[in-house]
Ligand binder design. Structure first.
Ligand SMILES: CC(C)(COP(=O)(O)OP(=O)(O)OC[C@H]1O[C@@H](n2cnc3c(N)ncnc32)[C@H](O)[C@@H]1OP(=O)(O)O)[C@@H](O)C(=O)NCCC(=O)NCCS
Length: 356
């Protein structure tokens, strides 16, 4: 019995912020962002919209496309690093808003690796017979991290300017990471198919906690008493801190290694793979992964120009787009790979149901 994806859906806030828009509120440029990362714009949620809202929208579309009713779902897996609130996580909110039954629903915290972990867990639940229909959704609202202050009003077109110098300085201080991220959600509905050769046929999931400091948010945590205070906020402990260069290096080492490992485990080679759905953090990372695997550029598509890095949502958004473009062909082999904060990474292989 194989676990197969029978429907996908996405949710992207309608508001778009371009690199030029960001250049108006901090010291950066379209040229810098585009040449270093490939990002040209990102979708931005309005205040009051949380990851759970985008997740519920993506789940609704995925269920429609799968021609399944909310009552058919018996497990919901939500992956996010930007939950609506500190606790509880978003799983219950998405379960309730999506009209799902009183099913098992839980959050994963594997950041950019979250969706890959979610797919593997869904496969395990389906393969064991513990579940018959699982929804996996990745959703992020990164905008809450961005220290843009009153400059948000300029980005939202509510007033023309000028930018307050204090807001400009804070945004510029954050530019190393703030320009990379965008908001969005993607979901997939999985169920089982009789043919044992189809669906998820192999996976490798890896963690190395010694790399947790490559990208982390140190503030607002229970090692600190009280768990949040003004001293932490003044020290910017609630901002992500990132070692971009080393993160880049590890992503480029770990993703191809995981792909090679899962191929070896399944007695397949890279020549058997029709499509690599890779985490969208940076076009230069994708390019390095492509070179290491020795594959053509069209086999490892990118949509980072339009969305930036949407963390747990990048894999399902790209999957949905590739599905819509007719690139998830019957009988073909799709490889998923991701690397994220933790560090958590891995790769999995998915044989699309149907014959070529
Ligand atoms: C972040 C990243 C794009 C930076 O690229 P880079 O070529 O390593 O650039 P550096 O960090 O060395 O910065 C170079 C200079 O640009 C400046 N800079 C940083 N961000 C900038 C921005 N948005 N605009 C303009 N200049 C910027 C830096 O201050 C630095 O200036 P200095 O040399 O005067 O000190 C790259 O390291 C990367 O993509 N890493 C992976 C990040 C990632 O994937 N994060 C998600 C987690 S899964």
């Amino acid at each position: 019995m194989g676990s197969v994806i029978i429907g996908t859906g996405v949710a992207l806030p309608s508001r778009v912020v371009t690199n030029d828009d960001l250049s108006a509120i901090m010291d950066t440029s379209d040229e810098w962002i585009r040449s270093r990362t490939g990002v040209q714009q990102r979708h931005i949620a309005d205040p009051g919209v949380g990851a759970s809202d985008l997740a519920a929208e993506a789940v609704a579309e995925a269920l429609r496309n799968a021609e399944m009713a909310p009552q058919d779902v018996d497990v919901l897996i939500t992956a996010t690093m930007t939950p609506d609130q500190y606790a509880p996580g978003i799983a219950g909110m998405v379960q309730e808003r999506s009209g799902l039954g009183h099913i098992a629903a839980f959050d994963l915290r594997q950041q950019c690796g979250g969706y890959l972990y979610g797919l593997d867990l869904a496969d395990a639940l389906l393969a064991s017979g513990k579940a018959r229909c699982v929804v996996v959704v990745g959703a992020e609202v990164h905008s809450g991290y961005m220290p843009y202050g009153a400059s948000w009003e300029i980005l939202r077109g509510e007033r023309p300017g000028p930018v307050d110098p204090v807001d400009h300085a804070a945004a510029t201080e954050a530019r190393g990471w703030a320009v990379l991220f965008g908001d969005g959600a993607g979901a997939a509905v999985l169920t089982t198919e009789e043919d044992p050769g189809t669906g998820f046929i192999g996976s490798v999931l890896r963690t190395d906690g010694s790399h947790a400091d490559l990208i982390e948010v140190l503030g607002v945590g229970f090692r600190h008493q009280p768990y949040v205070d003004t001293a932490q906020l003044e020290a910017r402990a609630h901002w992500p801190s990132m070692n971009g260069m080393e993160l880049f290096r590890q992503a480029v080492i770990c993703m191809p290694a995981a792909v090679r490992e899962v191929l070896a485990e399944t007695d397949l080679t890279i020549d058997d793979v029709s499509l690599v759905i890779a985490h969208q953090a940076n076009d230069r990372i994708l390019d390095a992964v492509r070179k290491q695997l020795g594959i053509d550029a069209e086999l490892i598509p990118s949509n980072i120009a339009r969305y930036g890095n949407t963390t747990a949502a990048t894999l399902p958004i790209l999957l949905h787009e590739q599905q819509a473009a007719g690139r998830i062909r019957p009988g073909s082999l799709v490889c998923f790979t991701a690397f994220g904060a933790g560090a958590h990474w891995g790769a999995s292989l998915y044989r699309v149901p149907g014959t070529r």
